[in-house]
Design a protein around this ligand. Structure first.
Ligand SMILES: [Mn+2]
Length: 284
């Protein structure tokens, strides 16, 4: 007999919507955590030391793949308990994990889940945070994007990307969550000219965080997925300061990550003229 998480109404979920919107002008955007609880604690401790309990926005893919999804749940809940504003943007793995939990609730045998979701389900269950994780996933799944329009810098956080021809407003939600260049395809951001302001994404793991800039050197794209689950690092970006912070991953280096070509791994483009990476930190 397994304990089944109760899906509680949205209104009872602790929400950072209580926080003043102005707070998020000075937020830190956290890249794909993927169950890397130790690295998350370390990165947030660094942020605490540097800036205090500033608001946090997670770009998505919170729990699956890494070894400590329960630590990620507890870190988020503890920080909210202490009053820190936190928002969760929906990643493709947050969709998959929520679907898996709902399927189990509906009677599907846990052992019939896909491997990644099955492993995460078992950890969350064993550590007795499955209900809490479910509430966080429900919340994430309701949040396709988080924006701040206040100075010093307008930005929007989504998990995957946008179709530049359609723009932010007309790109379908599923595209915003899932868009990713595969193989030799050009990245969507190569065609983005900054019309919707700074877009901050994850989803496409790179060796270094990518900051793409306009001619005036304003950031227009930030990709903060630095493959923590694949042994690289976990990254935060502070759009208000145009500042990056990273901690090294403690995970084994993944096969798919080793196989990344340098051009893919750094997010380089064939045009390649407008980008700056962590090594060329600006304003921080
Ligand atoms: Mn993803």
């Amino acid at each position: 007999m397994v304990a089944v998480p109760r899906l509680t109404p949205r209104a009872t979920t602790p929400s950072s919507s209580d926080a003043a919107p102005a707070d998020f002008a000075q937020a830190a955007i956290i890249g794909d955590v993927h169950g890397c609880g130790v690295e998350l604690r370390e990165l947030l401790a660094d942020l605490d030391r540097a800036r205090g309990h500033i608001p946090l926005v997670f770009v998505g893919d919170l729990f699956t793949k890494g070894p400590l999804p329960h630590a990620v749940v507890r870190e988020i809940l503890a920080r909210r308990e202490a009053g820190q504003a936190i928002r969760l943007v929906c990643g493709n793995h947050d969709q998959r994990m929520l679907l898996a939990i709902v399927q189990v609730e509906a009677g599907v045998d846990v052992d019939h889940l896909p491997r990644t979701e099955r492993l995460t389900w078992h950890i969350l269950h064993k550590k007795r945070v499955l209900a809490e994780a479910t509430e966080l996933l429900v919340e994430a799944n309701e949040t396709i994007e988080v924006s701040s329009t206040l100075p010093p810098r307008r930005y929007t956080v989504i998990h995957g990307g946008i179709e530049p021809k359609l723009g932010l407003a007309r790109t379908p939600d599923q595209v915003k969550i899932h868009l990713k260049a595969e193989g030799d395809e050009p990245h969507w951001w190569e065609r983005y000219r900054g019309d919707d302001g700074l877009l901050i994404v994850g989803h496409k793991p790179l060796l270094q965080p990518l900051i793409l800039r306009s001619k005036s050197l304003e950031p227009i794209v930030a990709n903060v997925d630095t493959g923590c689950a694949y042994g690289n690092m976990l990254t935060a970006y502070l759009p208000g300061e145009d500042r990056l912070m990273s901690v090294p991953s403690r995970q084994p280096r993944g096969e798919q990550y080793r196989a990344l070509r340098v051009a893919d791994a750094t997010g380089s483009t064939r045009r390649g003229l407008r980008e700056r990476t962590a090594g060329e930190r600006v304003g921080g």
